[in-house]
Write a protein that binds this ligand. Structure first.
Ligand SMILES: *Cc1c(COP(=O)(O)O)cnc(C)c1O
Length: 237
């Protein structure tokens, strides 16, 4: 076995143990939280190793990386989500290709996905990205905007809204993001209770390598983990 394969497998096992412990501490049943490998900058072989190692799905940030790795069979055996910033002119490469586009962060993007999906005769699953920290540097809807859009989802038959995604501010100290995770969970429940057309709140995608236990404590159903699975990223390749 290659060294990287063993490292990735051991890392995933360690994360799973921490996920189970965090769920148990929060009084949540085991198996409610999915582990998404955030695979950016990692090659097809490493992505395959993560799937063999037991992640539930993969998340990619860049269309170009998907186009490179997809023909290499990188994602075989696991659903693929798009989790990065998406330019409107690249939507056509994703609709009907990825299982879920998690990073729907503005209305024109939503409209483009809807139109293209209708044209292709598919229904594209999406999440709304919420800028829960209200950060200038990040994209995403405010909670109020997300609620408004959810209410109008019936107007977009080419998409299906299945949850919310958030990337809270970089935390300085452990626990810094608890309040943001709590706000996200509240919004998730609030939207869910409205029973809007074309909406089913099943996925609350939040929590990364540094804060996933707090996210699980607050009700996350999907954590997106890069560094803790693959090690530090090398952007210079
Ligand atoms: C890279 C990335 C992650 C994973 O980050 P780590 O801190 O390496 O676990 C999660 N979500 C998104 C959107 C990312 O771009």
């Amino acid at each position: 076995m290659e060294q990287y394969e063993k490292t990735i497998r051991d890392n995933i096992a360690a994360i799973r143990a921490r996920m189970d412990a965090a769920a148990a501490a929060a009084g949540r049943p085991a198996g409610q939280v999915q582990l998404c490998a955030a695979t950016k900058t990692n090659d097809a072989e490493r992505v395959k190793a993560a799937i063999r190692g037991g992640v539930d799905l993969c998340g990619e940030n860049r269309v170009q990386e998907i186009q490179q790795k997809l023909p290499q069979g990188a994602y075989e055996g696991a659903p693929l989500h798009f989790i990065g910033r998406l330019q409107t002119n690249k939507v056509k490469y994703l609709v009907g290709v990825v299982d879920v586009i998690e990073s729907v962060d503005r209305v024109p993007l939503l409209e483009t996905i809807d139109k293209l999906a209708q044209k292709k005769g598919v229904v594209q699953k999406i999440l709304l990205e919420v800028n829960i920290g209200g950060e200038e540097s990040k994209s995403g809807f405010t909670p109020a905007e997300a609620m408004e859009i959810a209410a109008k989802m019936g107007e977009y038959p080419g998409v299906f809204l299945c949850g919310l995604m958030a990337i809270p501010p970089l935390s300085v100290e452990k626990g810094d993001n608890l309040r943001y995770f709590q706000q996200m969970y509240q919004l998730f429940i609030d939207i869910s209770q409205k029973k809007y057309d074309n909406v089913s709140m099943v996925c609350l995608s939040m929590g990364m390598s540094d804060d996933f236990e707090d996210a699980i404590a607050c009700g996350s159903t999907m954590i997106r983990i890069g560094t803790a699975i693959f090690g530090a990223r090398n952007y210079n390749k």
